[in-house]
Every structure is written in C-alpha cells, then in structure tokens.
Design a protein around this ligand. Structure first.
Ligand code: KG4
Ligand code: ZN
Length: 336
C-alpha cells in the first residue's frame, strides 16, 4: 500500500510517500518540505492569505519531487492523505483540495488526517520506534497536551493547556525579547549563552495536582521583566531567554513525569515543534533515565510540521482498520 501524504495546515508545505506492508511499521520512501518561514518573517508571524497562496505554488512541485525520489509514478499511489485540521482554514483547503483532485483524477480513495495524530505517531518513523501503550507529550505552536496512547486511534486526553500552548509561550516571549519569528528556536539558541537561574519566573500550575498547563502568566511575567530592565535588556537578554526556557521546560517535564507515574507507564513519546528543544530533551532524558523510562522522539527533521507524519498516520489508521478511505471527494476541513 502506497500512501501519498500532504500537509498544509500552517506555514510548511509537506509531501511524502509512505509504504505500508502488512502489520509492520510503515516505511518512509521520500518526503519533501517547503518552509514559508522567510516569507512570513517580515510580518512577525504567519499571514494566512500568503500562506494559502504559497501552498498552492509549492504542493504539486513537491509531490513531483517526492515521486521522482521514490522512483514511483502517481498511478502507483493507492491512497491520497491530507491534513484535515486543525490549522488555518485557507491553508488546509489547499492540501485537501489537491488531495481530493488527485484522488478523483486517479480514481483512488482519499483520507483526511488529524494534524496532531501525525505529530503523535511521527516517532514511529525513527530508528527506535516506540511500542504501545505510552504517554505522549504533544507540544506544538497550537497545542500542549498529555495523552495516554493505547494504540492507533486509542487516545485518552490526560491534560492540556488552559490558555497558551508551550510553543506559543516560546514565540510570544521571543517576540517580547525582540527575537522575531519563529521565536522558539531563536529563544532557545540565545538561552544557551544565558543563566537559567538569573530571573525568577512563575511555573504556572506546577502544583495544581492535575495534568493541565497554563503559560499565559509566564508571558506576562516576561513582559514585566522587559519593562523593568528597560535599556539594560540587551545585556540581560540571554539570561532572560534562559530563565524563560527553563520555566517552560520545568513544567513540561514535571507534568510528564506525573503522567507516567499516575498511569504506571514506562514509555513516553515527545512530539510537536517544541520537542526539538534541547533543554527539554536533556532534562526529560535525564529524569526518565533515572526512573528507567524510555523516551522516544521523532527524527529532528520530523519534529516540526511535515508530510511524512500525515502519510504515516493515514497508513497506520488504514492498517489498524480504524478509518476507511473515501471516494466521495466532497472534502471538508476542520480548522478547529
Ligand atoms: O509542530 P509545529 O511545527 O507546528 C504546529 O503544529 O504548531 O510547532 C511549531 C512550534 C513553534 O511555536 C516553534 O517556536 C516551536 O514549535 N519550536 C521550538 C523549537 N523549535 C520549534 N520551541 C522551542 N525550542 C525549539 N528548538
Ligand atoms: Zn504541527
């Protein structure tokens, strides 16, 4: 079974070809990605209309590149998968429209996938794939969730953010520090030169006793520090970046450990853009090693949005029999 996957929910166009054989873990044959980061940089964030137009320009050339690299023809594709949501409505419509048009033209079924399920399953494409069941920490620009994952399509939400997502906390703090967009990686780079104990920042909901998160207050605390520092900000920027990163990471790690303890599980998967964060990886790895817990990450290139995770999620859903592809090409998207 050959599945072509298209991701276009935000500011990356991703296309990939995945092969599913029997019950085994699917194999990634090729994937290609075009990031719009440079285009949106001038505006300090993603401009939805520009995003949609760029997806239109990129998606077919990327599909051609992927097929060429895998030495396959479009006619060999069995299912065309796309991100159904969540994401920007116009951006999602591009991927869904192209997938359904290809499906209709090739007389092959299509399948819409939840973007977060793509992130969640992406570690299955790594050298060291996880086994079910596991705890999943999903940390992206739009979501922060802890889940118990018992199998494909068997997800129980344990806790989530009640306001900003972890990636949003990185991005908004970075903006306050004048680091531009996308803020997460920039803040993380600067933090490496700073002292994480220099500023006392809040750890929201750390002792709430549940597995929910809150990051809006942290952003306000960073803003207060920025105002206090005034002209001295430049000299202390790395320290403030390091302290902000440490605050976000500490809450993520502590709540992840709580989830593992409560559900008596010895495996955790970290997925989503913030999963690329070095401090998060170091601290989670150290804490889990102490407890004999295995930590699984996607390959670094598959941490942020990509087509491979969409093709993979579709293939695994088909293999597990939890979703049937459809030949009704009346596609719809679910932005929220
Ligand atoms: O999963 P993703 O690519 O897109 C969404 O589905 O949201 O995640 C993007 C988020 C952004 O907020 C970005 O700043 C953050 O992931 N991010 C990072 C790092 N790399 C990406 N945050 C902290 N440290 C990083 N190294
Ligand atoms: Zn994402």
């Amino acid at each position: 079974m050959l599945v072509l996957g298209i991701e276009s929910s935000c500011d990356e166009t991703g296309v990939a070809l995945v092969q599913g054989e029997g019950p085994g873990v699917p194999r990634l044959l090729a994937h290609a990605l075009h990031s719009q980061v440079e285009m949106h940089q001038a505006y300090g964030g993603v401009v939805p209309e520009l995003a949609s137009r760029d997806h239109i320009r990129r998606v077919l050339p990327l599909a051609e590149a992927v097929l060429a690299e895998a030495r396959r023809s479009l006619r060999e594709v069995d299912v065309v998968a796309y991100t159904r949501g969540p994401g920007l409505a116009g951006a999602l419509l591009v991927g869904a429209g192209v997938a359904c048009a290809l499906g209709a033209a090739l007389r092959k079924p299509v399948l819409g996938v939840h973007h977060l399920e793509g992130h969640l399953l992406s570690p299955f494409l790594s050298q060291d794939p996880p086994e079910f069941p596991f705890i999943a920490l999903l940390v992206s620009g739009g979501h922060t969730q802890l889940m118990q994952v018992d199998g494909v399509g068997r997800y129980a939400l344990l806790g989530e953010t009640i306001d900003d997502a972890a990636g949003e906390a990185f991005d908004k703090s970075a903006k306050l520090l004048g680091l531009g967009y996308p803020g997460g990686p920039a803040l993380s780079r600067l933090a490496q030169q700073g002292d994480a104990r220099a500023f006392k920042l809040p750890r929201p909901l750390l002792h709430s006793g549940d597995l929910d998160f809150s990051f809006a207050g942290l952003k306000t605390a960073v803003l207060t520090q920025v105002h206090k520092l005034g002209d001295a900000l430049d000299a202390r920027k790395a320290d403030l970046a390091a302290s902000t990163e440490a605050a976000i990471v500490e809450v993520l790690v502590r709540k992840s450990l709580m989830a593992l303890d409560r559900n008596a599980l010895g495996r955790i998967v970290v997925a989503g853009g913030v999963g690329a964060n070095r401090r998060l990886r170091e601290q989670l790895d150290a804490a889990c090693a102490q407890r004999g817990v295995r930590v699984h990450y996607p390959e670094l290139a598959l941490c942020t949005d990509n087509g491979a995770m969409i093709a993979l999620a579709a293939t695994m859903r088909l293999q597990a029999g939890v979703q049937q592809p459809t030949t009704s090409y009346a596609f719809d998207v679910k932005p929220r």
